[in-house]
Every structure is written in structure tokens, then in C-alpha cells.
Design a binder for this molecule. Sequence first.
Ligand SMILES: [Zn+2]
Ligand SMILES: [Zn+2]
Length: 287
Amino acid sequence: MDFKQFILTNEPVIRSCFFFGILGVMAFWEYIAPRRKLTVSKVVRWSNNLAIVFLNNFVVRLVFPVVAVGVASFADQNGWGILNYVELPFWLAAIISIIAMDFVIYLQHVLVHAIPSLWRLHRVHHADLDFDVTTGARFHPLEIILSMLIKFATIIVLGPPVIAVILFEIILNMTAMFNHSNVKLPIAFDKILRLFLVTPDMHRVHHSVEDDEANSNFGFSLPWWDRVFGTYRAQPRQGHEGMVIGIHKIRDIKQVSWLPGMLMLPFKGKVSGYAINRREWNNTDED
Ligand SMILES: [Zn+2]
Ligand SMILES: [Zn+2]
């Protein structure tokens, strides 16, 4: 069995090893150097956030006969995608692929904030009342399905090397868990690190209840897209300890911290608030 085949066959195990490995490291880091005091019981949040992760894994296996690596392998065998048309050294094709896929993730993230019905789904990620490593993995199953479809389409158009797709998925998994962590980094170090990588302080701004802050820092791995496209915001107005995490008016524990509430959240209430340029909670009307 060659390396590619090994990865394709053992993809769920490899993915789980990385997930639990990074979860363990970040959880320990959060324990020894927390950035903020958590407001909700960690037992409740963690058990429910992890429950949605397991549910999503199950849903993805049920809905999709292939994983991203399988799609990349298919595109490769059939010569589909831009990078399968041009002769590039492997390393260059891999770097281009990883950067391009990260850019698509940025665009997708802006999209789910801009379109009210997609914001319904993405609210589940933002409704978490605290911001820690488990927030990074909590998404509604329908948003996960949407992400998979966008990822498959990207791979078919781009034709990235199979190894680059594996690397990208591992990198994205690691960076998403890292930059959602409730960890304290020395300010000077954060300042340098965020030139290359989205840091927890940078992404925390995106989880603010304030809509202008929530509509900034969309990047998941590379911080450059926010700077290039004008969505970068260095710090929250209230500071990291003073800022409020979550969504205005959607703060009931049963709704935002327990699995059934989270799964029903996309179907609750009016949704135009928060979606880009649709601020409305300063008006008198209530949801
Ligand atoms: Zn978001
Ligand atoms: Zn986030």
C-alpha cells in the first residue's frame, strides 16, 4: 500500500489523532495560562460542544461517500483542475494550493456572515458564550455540509496535489483550535505572530457581541486576507477581559450551550441582525 492509499484508508483515524492531540495540548495551555474567566460551566459547554463535533463527524460520513482527499485523488486521476494543467514543481503547487484553499475559507466565512440565511447556520459557532478550544470545532451540521461542498468544488477547480489537501486540512484543524483557545500569549509575541498566523487575540475580536467587531477578522489561518480586504481589527474596544462574547439577545444557556438548543438555533427568530450591514438591535423593535 503506498503512502497516498494509506492516508485515504486511514483518514478518519489520522484526523482523530490530530484532533485529540491538539485538543489535549490547548486544553492544558488554557488551564495553565487562561486569557479570560469562563462564564459558563466548562462541563456543560465542553460536553455539548464535543457532542456536536461527534455528531458532525457522523453526519459527514453519512452524507458524503468521499472525503476531500478522495476528491483530490479523483481530480488528479482525471486531470481535472487548474494545477493539473500546468507543470509546477510539487512544493510550489502545494504552497499555492494551501494558500488558495485558505483564501476560499476566508471568502466562505465572509459569505456566511453576509447572507442572512447562512448567518442562521453560522450563529451556532458565534452563540457560544465563552471562547475556548472547543468553540473552534462547534458548527451546525448544515454548515459543515455546506463547507464540504465548497471544499469539494474548490478542489475540483484547483486540482491541488493530494498531499496538499491533507496538509491543509491538518493545518486548518490546528490553527482553528489554536486561535479559538482561551490562552494568554505575551503581547509582543502576539504582535509578531499575527503577521503570519491568526492568533487567539485576533480571532477573539470576531466573537464579540458588537456587530462591527464580529464582522472583522474572518481569517482562520492566514491573517493577510483581512488586512488586504479591509476587515482587519487589531483589538476589541472593551479589551479582551472586558469584551462580551456571543450574540446579542441569544444568550439563554439551554439555547446556546446544550446540543438540542444549538441544533434548533438556525430555525429560531428573525435573523437579519448581525448579517453584514443589517444592524438592527439599536432600534426599538425586539426579536
Ligand atoms: Zn464568524
Ligand atoms: Zn470562530
